[in-house]
Ligand binder design. Structure first.
Ligand code: ZN
Length: 479
């Protein structure tokens, strides 16, 4: 393999040293020609890759087809189920550049990463496909020579079609978002309204829930008074049916092990322990044990900023949610985990590291920090654009910071610009406008070029940012 490296260097290529590996008489490496990364291939299986032959080496662009060929040759570059790993972390990568940094970030923690994690919303906003997202993660894994395994999460999927799309693209985790089947309006109905609406439900549904829960004490939550039960059924019965259908669809469609997460977090109302229990119990009665469940915890988990809420209330509820998760045999999943440093001690202590945490794509903000440091003029333009277009982005993301708190950038020196990514209002504005910015060629091209030039800086920032999350979650876990 050292000959291979010598050959590549003689061609004037930069070789990522950890990427060199050999299988089935074929040696591969990730290389860089100027700012373009390529997969260099030589040997028996090189016909399976498309590229241009130079000397004895085939230089292949980082396309999805070449990623598929690479994953076949080096199975560790292919996503896999995370089952059996206590602490799992969803990282996601909106730019397709962050995986090497994420590999380094998890290196000193006992955490199984989900490097590929995108919702349909994120795919649409970044004009990417699941195959693109997985290919980027796979090449990043190859670049770092990381062999610890990683998952690919089709995040916040809502329909069977979306699930089929994710599975056929190679996702190994499905996060089902039931929010469109949760009747949140019923949560604020008066008792009379609940009674009237409940009477309209199909009689077999009512009979089932009454038989299971009425006058029948349950573990952890005890007996449910009839008005509470009716309200829970009204809010969740359709979501439960949808979850069961989607789970059966996954089982019928999947060709590899797939982790199943049920998400009921993207609703306006907080999930009570009784609601969580009933939903989980219904799945259990249908023979389904999810790998993880994401309730809507108390307090505000807004994108890219610290937790806002009463930490004692959070801790109190979190203990009960964990008891429910233990009872049914799955992990809790904490969404929008980016920057929620104040809740991580509780999360780590209560779960003892048996938990799934999803970060919210803040690796994008770490990339923007590179911009603020190295191209102040472009950062200024992007900052103003983000402010002007924030209301468009608010259609997709719930944020509450006040743009009036953002000082006029024209009054600030270049040296100050990185501070804007630390102030909640400007940080959040930049966080949610990524799709709009990335659609602008005046931004996109120089931005990617700058990141290619400063990739080591970018990885260092990710090690620090993601490492901080991992450190806080794991600090309270007893070895
Ligand atoms: Zn979520």
């Amino acid at each position: 393999m050292s000959d291979f490296r010598t050959t590549l260097e003689a061609l004037g290529l930069f070789v990522y040293p950890k990427s060199i590996d050999e299988a089935e008489g074929t040696v591969c490496a990730i290389v860089r020609d100027g700012k373009e990364k390529l997969l260099a291939v030589s040997g028996a299986k090189e016909d399976g890759f498309s590229g241009t032959k130079k000397d004895s080496v085939k230089l292949c662009p980082l396309t999805n087809e070449n990623a598929v060929a690479m994953m076949a040759l080096f199975p560790y570059t292919k996503p896999q189920s995370h089952r059996g790993h206590p602490f799992t972390i969803g990282l996601g990568d909106r730019l397709g550049l962050a995986t090497p940094g994420h590999v380094r970030a998890i290196a000193s923690f006992n955490a199984f990463p989900i490097f590929a994690q995108q919702s349909i919303r994120e795919l649409n906003l970044t004009h990417r496909t699941f195959a693109d997202v997985i290919a980027s993660a796979a090449f990043g894994v190859m670049q770092e020579g990381y062999k610890g395994g990683y998952g690919a999460d089709g995040d916040h999927l809502k329909t069977k079609d979306e699930i089929s799309y994710a599975l056929s693209s190679g996702c190994t985790m499905i996060t089902l978002d039931c929010s469109e089947h949760i009747n949140t309006k019923a949560a604020s109905f008066s008792d009379e309204e609940v009674e009237a609406a409940y009477a309209q439900l199909p009689s077999d549904i009512r009979a089932h829930y009454e038989e299971v829960y009425l006058n029948n004490a349950q573990p952890i939550i005890g007996a449910l008074p009839a008005p509470d039960l009716r309200r829970i059924v009204l809010v969740f019965w359709d979501a439960v049916n949808h979850a069961v259908e989607c789970y059966r669809h996954i089982e019928a469609t999947r060709s590899v092990d797939v982790d199943f997460e049920l998400s009921i977090d993207e609703t306006l109302t907080i999930t009570t322990p009784a609601e969580h229990f009933v939903v989980a119990n219904e799945l259990s009665l249908a023979g389904i044990t999810p790998d993880s469940v994401a309730p809507h915890f108390s307090g505000e988990f807004e994108k890219g900023i610290e937790y806002a809420g009463n930490l004692e209330d959070f801790a109190h509820d979190f203990v009960v949610h964990q008891e429910i998760a233990d009872h049914f045999g799955y992990k809790l999943s904490v969404h929008s985990g980016s920057d929620k440093f104040s809740v991580f001690s509780t999360v780590g202590r209560v779960t003892q590291g048996h938990v799934h945490v999803k970060t919210a794509g803040t690796n994008w903000l770490e990339a923007v920090a590179i911009l603020a440091e190295h191209d102040p003029a472009l950062y200024r333009k992007a900052h103003k654009f983000a402010l002007e277009h924030r209301s468009e982005a608010e259609k997709y993301y719930h944020v509450s910071t006040d743009v009036r708190e953002i000082t006029n950038i024209d009054l600030q020196s270049d040296a100050y610009l990185p501070e804007y990514l630390k102030l909640p209002a400007s940080r959040q504005t930049m966080h949610i406008t990524y799709g709009l910015l990335l659609a602008e060629s005046w931004f996109r091209e120089p931005f990617f070029s700058l990141l290619a030039e400063h990739e080591e800086d970018y990885y260092t920032k990710l090690v620090s940012h993601i490492g901080k999350h991992l450190r806080y979650v794991t600090a309270e876990v007893k070895q």
